[in-house]
Structure formats: C-alpha cells, structure tokens
Design a protein around this ligand. Sequence first.
Ligand code: F6R
Length: 245
Amino acid sequence: MSTVEGQTVTLSIHASPGEAGEAAAEQVADLVRRNSAAVLGLATGSSPLPLYEALAKKDIDLASVAAFALDEYIGLPAGHEQSYAAVIRTHVIEPLGMTPARVHIPDGNPDDEELAGEAYEEAIVGAGGVDLQILGIGSNGHIGFNEPGAPFSSRTRAVTLAERTRRDNARFFDTPDAVPTRAVTQGLATIFEARQLLLIAHGAGKAQAIRRALTGPVTEDFPASLIQHHPNVTVFLDRDAAALL
Ligand code: F6R
C-alpha cells in the first residue's frame, strides 16, 4: 500500500481490489467505532462491493448507523433485483446487520419527482447530514448519476442517464435495452456537503477517469473533478485504476 497525502485528497493505492476494499472498510469502521450512530452515504455498483464484504467481516455493530443511498433507477418494478433498493438490501443491509428503517433509498417510482427530491434532501438534513459518503466513479466521470454537464449546485432530482452509463451498466441486465433511461440521484451539491468522501475504483477501465478526476480541470463537464475542492477526500484504488496517475 502506498499513501500520498495531497492538500485535500489522500490517495491509497493497493495491489488488488480486495486490499483496497479492506483498507476502505477500515476507514468506515474507524468512523463507526467513534460514532455508532454515524450517517453513511452508500454507492451501489461493483466498485464498493469489496468494501462492503470486508466491512461485513469486522466485529462492529452497524445497527444504529443511518445511511442514504446515492441513487435509484426510475421505473423498475418494486423488488426488481437490479433496483438499488434490492442491491442495497442484499449487499449492505443484510450482511452488515444494518437496521432497514435507518437506510434510505430514493423512490424510483415517485408520484411527483420534484417533491421526492426535496423530501430526500430534507431527510438527509434531518439526520444531521452525511458523515462519510462512499462513491464510485463512472467511466465518463459521473458520481452518483450526475452525468457530464450536471451543475455543481445540483440537488437530489430525476436525471436522464448518459448512453455510455447505460452501456456500462448493461452488464447487470438481461439486455442492453433493459437498462432504465432515468434515475433519481443525489446532486453534486448534496454529495459535496458530506463531511468526508471516500471514492473507490478498480480496474484499467477506470484509470482515465481517475486521472481526470484527480488531476484534470475542475469542470462540470467531468463531475468527479469536483472532489478536488472537498476538504476531506480519500481515494482507494487498485494498481490498475491508479496506473495513469
Ligand atoms: C452507483 C453510482 C454510480 C457508480 C458508478 C460506477 O450508486 O452512484 O456513480 O458508482 O457508475 O459503477 P461501478 O462501480 O459498477 O463501476
């Protein structure tokens, strides 16, 4: 493992996704040991899975922890196995022993999309804000489902997924056309307000995105670049994702 302390971003580079996940899990565990009622922000997708698996093996009580998922697809039937509600239940709530009522996920079938976004923002504020936000990164630089061009001032809202994101996520669905076209996502301003950001990426397919996010210009054209302005960010990478740094 090598650690490079930057002004704001701490890089933690590991030999494998499993080792990166273990180190990231230790950072989450450390927070929960200090504050058993901490508020986590949860990413889905493949990147945080090694983190969640490592956290599940730790002797740590997460029953009082609250959590807010980053996003949810719009339009999948309730209980669909690729809905983020189902993914979070299977990969986070059950293995980590979290309390289901304390884990919030945006409503993917809201009656009123605008009100749903506002209610989610209010729930985050009501919980005292997010202490530690877990993030993955899209190959196009999205965080949450804030696609290129999303305003840095954005809040939780309904968005249209970029075609590249739908292609990237087709691996989770039976056919590419089955990937939803829309989602509800925490906004970039919402994410930025978390007290601590933990970004995790592995594989050569993420190397270019990691390079742009950490060393490129801070621009809405590449939403993940916003993390350069956050005061407390740790980025956990395997060697392949770090190869272009
Ligand atoms: C998921 C999310 C997305 C993913 C990103 C990377 O909740 O917000 O930003 O983190 O699409 O996905 P994976 O990890 O599957 O490569």
